[in-house]
Design a protein around this ligand. Sequence first.
Ligand code: PMP
Length: 399
Amino acid sequence: MMTDIFATRVNPDRPSALSGLFINDTDPSAVSFAAGSPNESLFPVAAMKRAFSDAIDDKGPHLFQYQSVAGNDSLRAKLAARIGKWGNVHTTAANILLTVGGQQAIDLVAKAVLNPGDDIVVETPAYVGALAAFDIYEPNYHAVGLEPDGLDLNALEDTLKRHPGIKLLYTVPDFHNPTGITMSVTKREALVNLANKYDFIIIEDSPYRDLDYVASPLPAIKSFDTQGRVVFISSMSKILMPELRTGWLVADGELFDAIFKMRQAADLEACGVIHAAIDAYMTHNDLDAHVTVLKDHYKRQCAAMITGLEDYFPDEVTFTRPTGGFFDWVTLPEGIDAGKLLLSDIQPHAHINYVPATNFYPYRDVHNGMRLCFSGLTPAVIDDGMHRLGDAVKSALHD
Ligand code: PMP
């Protein structure tokens, strides 16, 4: 059999966490709260078109030559300034690596750190793309739950005591995917102290941090890092456009060098033309002003979803109240399988889609939750969809 030749990391019996996430419902009334994509009507297409043109005019043929592995110096300097201003992380272009989306950054850190069977901690529920990336390195997962102010640090410390070899912890502290939860500042600092004490590396994955609807973003976990243990990752996908495939990471010292080496072997370097265009965009346009426009839209969409949860969902259901990002998490009573409910009732009859809880757990062992995304829908569509979903959940619980 061909599969006998494959590396164990392919693991054909375990489909990628990213497969089969979305149902394609062609009914005209269908509303999908499933895909976590940004709203493309807000993409600054004309300005980006000019930026590509400016970059080509500026650099000429050299733009299409091989570029440096770490990526465009000028863009990295701009990103260093940005994370200094909005995250209190004081770094320079030399500690920034541009990557093919935040997704590649997660993969590269995992590649630099994990051997098969190594112990890692993921907060649960966890971002599916991170689970898909980690799966390839065949780790031994330890799941630690979230509280309303972020990772449960008591549960984490218990886990660290029981498994002293834990090497890596993955967290999305700002407007978490999939729950919308934000980690408190106290916990950010305490988490770094735990990493110092128990000797592990933190991946701080923060693609939504700019999309705050209530208050300015909190200091990054990386801002408390004095030992070079935190890798901060962010992305242009949510604040500009995902198909620019531009993410970036901040790391220090030997860890930066190790990640850099992984990157060099993976693709030499990639997206140099795009990085030059983003740099030109940021030179000639006010990215913060664009982000303010995005926030104004997403904030209204977020409010419409929370109102829908309050108005249409039964009392037995609990939900998060995000103050930024794209997502809300709904917890159904124990014993209800949100995946089965979606396939048997909600999608065929109400034509509503969401992503069931199971996808967000490394051992696929929690079923009574759903991720709802509001980023691609108008407030009116959100209201209609939440009404139908709330009614469907009510009848499933009460019939
Ligand atoms: N991390 C999180 C938490 C995400 O939600 C996403 C995208 N959905 C990514 C990383 C990766 O995004 P990209 O590769 O487009 O930067």
